[in-house]
Design a protein around this ligand. Structure first.
Ligand code: NAD
Length: 259
């Protein structure tokens, strides 16, 4: 059992709440699921590969498939009685400039990163409306806020996530459902591990990614999880429509290069 499963920076704020976390079996999603569970939530990880350790509950779900999402949300409600917190976090990457990915690739990446959030939110909304503590937190990215090279498609999806977050927050404020997002910088997850393993010089690539961060290192998954949990917590009841940077200063700061 990890530290985050035994103690929580949020005390027991999530007691009696049910959370679903898409992409909850790896990286940022798993760190978030563990932290919510440590805070007392019943947590269901919805993932293509839902192998998670107790107390997390794993349910297979492909967010790119509406029938799969509806089935998974029904299963969650059958098992837990409702849904209070949705963390829309499942995402996939794409590399290249605007000409490098064909239409199928554009559809596939939008199908997970943006339409996946739409499908999960759409299926969960009736249950969220029944909750006294309803909140959705979406995982955006610095790629949605600044221009990064060779990330045209991925950046377009994350810009859409940021815009969708604000629009959903406006639509559902009268339903009592808060909607926020986090915008992580490069985070040290299995995703980045896979990316580095395909680089010609993984150590040099990691050093370049560290150097791009004003704090000089990659963001830790637990740091993103803590931001998601804050936005999801009852203590953040006045926060909606916010996109919280967790990026080591990448977007807001203009620092001088280290010598
Ligand atoms: P990860 O690859 O470690 O985990 C992603 C999880 O999503 C995996 O468990 C995978 O099985 C699941 N998943 C993928 N496609 C799915 C689908 N169709 N249906 C259900 N589950 C699916 O990645 P991560 O680094 O933890 O990234 C999580 C989120 O954070 C993504 O939205 C990503 O865009 C975002 N993000 C990551 C970074 C980073 O540097 N790692 C930076 C900014 C934003």
């Amino acid at each position: 059992m990890s530290d985050s499963q035994t103690s929580s920076p949020f005390g027991r704020q999530f007691e009696n709440l049910v959370a679903v976390v898409t992409g909850g079996a790896s990286g940022i999603g798993l760190a978030t699921a563990d932290m919510l569970a440590a805070g007392g939530a019943t947590v269901v990880a919805l993932d293509l590969n839902p192998e998670v350790a107790s107390p997390l509950i794993g349910v297979r779900c492909d967010v790119s498939d509406d029938a799969s999402v509806r089935q998974a949300i029904s299963e969650v409600v059958e098992r837990t009685g409702g849904i209070d917190i949705v963390v829309n976090n499942a995402g996939i990457g794409a590399q290249g400039d605007v000409a490098d990915n064909d239409d199928d690739e554009w559809s596939a990446v939008f199908g997970v990163n943006v339409f996946g959030m739409v499908r999960v939110a759409r299926a969960a909304l009736p249950h969220l409306r029944e909750s006294d503590h309803a909140v959705i937190v979406n995982t955006g990215s610095v790629a949605g806020a600044v221009g990064l090279p060779q990330r045209a498609l991925y950046s377009a999806t994350k810009g859409a996530v940021h815009a969708l977050t604000r629009a959903m927050a406006a639509d559902h404020v009268d339903d009592g459902i808060r909607v926020n997002a986090v915008s992580p910088g490069t985070a040290d997850t299995p995703w980045i591990g896979r990316l580095l393993s395909t680089a010609p010089d993984p150590a040099a690539e990691r050093a370049a990614l560290n150097a791009r961060q004003p704090i000089g290192r990659l963001v830790a998954p637990d740091e993103v999880a803590a931001a998601i949990c804050y936005l999801a917590s009852p203590g953040a009841a006045s926060t909606t429509g916010t996109i919280l940077d967790v990026d080591g200063g990448l977007v807001p700061l203009r620092t001088r290069p280290r010598s």
